[in-house]
Design a binder for this molecule. Structure first.
Ligand SMILES: [Zn+2]
Length: 426
């Protein structure tokens, strides 16, 4: 049996996710990182037919993690709610397309935070069968909402009372969920819900979160209003999504419970920026406008207080496009994070939230080789990551899935599993 292929990347600016940056090497063997360090790789690692490549000073980063996307949603101005079997089949193709777009944008792991039907689970099965290629998938299935609560028309399963919440959480876990998503307040996109209104109760969310934790999984709560944020923190969820109207007490509760904030700044900014002129329903635009200032000041206060953060975009909501996920890093820096901290938020810290930090999130020996090769220095200008063309290469589990220099990318194994010409497949 031949030993796994070894590749030594040399002369890179390595931002390893631990907070360090240095000029050095990274050696990949099979799916894993074998060595990483300053200067040239040790000679014994570059013999024996290893492939050695000089990166010419390009930057190497851990693969980026987006903790909040909806792959089956296509960033349309006004999402439709057809919901029939034909709609679901179409959504599966949309999800496959968006998964590939995410990879091209430098995202090697996503947490999908809710989908109609079982589209996300079907996508995972399609990828396992070699029909498409996706980032590493952390899936939620449908979100748990109260009767008439945010998301009910599209991706919600309506529950009332802790017993129903517990049963619905178990059903999502049975179907394959890695994360249980609960709806703590109204939402921007659901007409008839006020974003400040509390929805699921503490007891309902606690029942769902307990089921997730009993199964070794995690739980996330959608929450905009201050009361819903507090309810979600008290219920013991792992992360609170959006948290646009967080107040001082909410920050205290998140610190006390160790809850992670996933800010999804892109989502609110894109709704406000594009507005009704682009076809976004007026009620959604009004709600986003009412939230954006509170979001910026609330985020700054939470960050200053030391609330744990992970990166999420809500890609799939109006004009928040899959593949443009790293726009979010620019917003995090704009709101006070250093570029290094923003990168760590999207790598190491997001891996911690998803309980994958023993495998991904930093470039360290023994971890899976999820990494990006980028033109330029994102520590000098974080916004260069907004341009997908700056992301020259994406490596997932040691396989090069995107190689812009060669104009090639990987397709599913059912199609040979090999890199093909990007132009020919576009
Ligand atoms: Zn969402």
């Amino acid at each position: 049996m031949s030993s796994p292929l070894r590749t030594a990347l040399t002369n890179g600016r390595i931002i390893d996710g631990t907070g360090a940056v240095f000029t050095g090497h990274l050696v990949i063997e099979g799916a894993r990182i074998l060595a990483v360090g300053e200067g040239e790789p040790p000679a014994h690692l570059t013999g024996d037919g290893a492939r050695v490549e000089d990166l010419g000073g390009r930057t190497v980063l851990p693969g980026m993690i987006d903790c909040h996307v909806h792959l089956s949603m296509d960033a349309l101005a006004a999402p439709s709610y057809a919901g029939g079997p034909r709609d679901m089949l179409g959504r599966l193709m949309v999800a496959a397309k968006n998964a590939l777009a995410s990879l091209h944008g430098g995202i090697t792991t996503v947490r999908d935070c809710g989908t109609p039907g079982e589209v996300d689970f079907a996508l995972r099965e399609a990828a396992a069968a070699g029909l498409c290629i996706t980032p590493r998938l952390i899936l939620s299935g449908r979100a748990l909402c109260m009767t008439g609560g945010h998301g009910w028309q599209l991706l919600g399963v309506e529950v009332d009372g802790p017993d129903e919440a517990r049963k619905a959480a178990r059903a999502q876990l049975k179907a394959g969920a890695d994360n249980v998503k609960v709806i703590a307040t109204g939402g921007i996109l659901t007409q008839g819900t006020e974003i400040g209104s509390p929805q699921l109760t503490v007891a309902e969310m606690r029942a769902a979160a307990d089921e997730a934790h009993n199964a070794g999984k995690i739980a996330a709560a959608h929450a905009h209003g201050a009361q819903g944020i507090k309810n979600a923190a008290r219920a013991g969820v792992d992360s609170i999504e959006h948290a646009y109207f967080i107040d001082a007490e909410g920050i205290e509760l998140m610190l006390e419970h160790g809850t992670t904030l996933v800010a999804t700044s892109a989502a609110v900014r894109n709704v406000v920026h594009h507005g009704t002129a682009a076809g976004i329903p007026a009620h959604s635009v009004a709600k986003a406008q009412s939230a954006i200032d509170a979001h910026v000041s609330g985020f700054k206060a939470a960050h200053k207080a030391g609330v744990k953060m992970a990166m999420g975009t809500d890609s799939g909501v109006p004009f928040t496009r899959h593949g443009r996920n790293l726009d979010e890093l620019g917003y995090l820096v704009e709101m006070g994070m250093t570029p290094m901290k923003a990168i760590q938020t999207a790598t190491r810290d997001s891996a911690r939230l998803l309980k994958l930090d023993d495998r991904i999130g930093t470039l360290e020996p023994g971890k899976l080789a999820d990494l990006l090769v980028v033109e330029g220095d994102p520590l000098a200008d974080i916004t260069l990551l907004r341009d997908p063309e700056a992301i020259r290469r994406v490596v997932l589990d040691g396989r090069t899935v995107v190689d812009r220099d060669a104009s090639r990318f990987l397709v599913g194994s059912a199609f040979g599993g090999e890199v093909v010409n990007r132009a020919a497949s576009a």
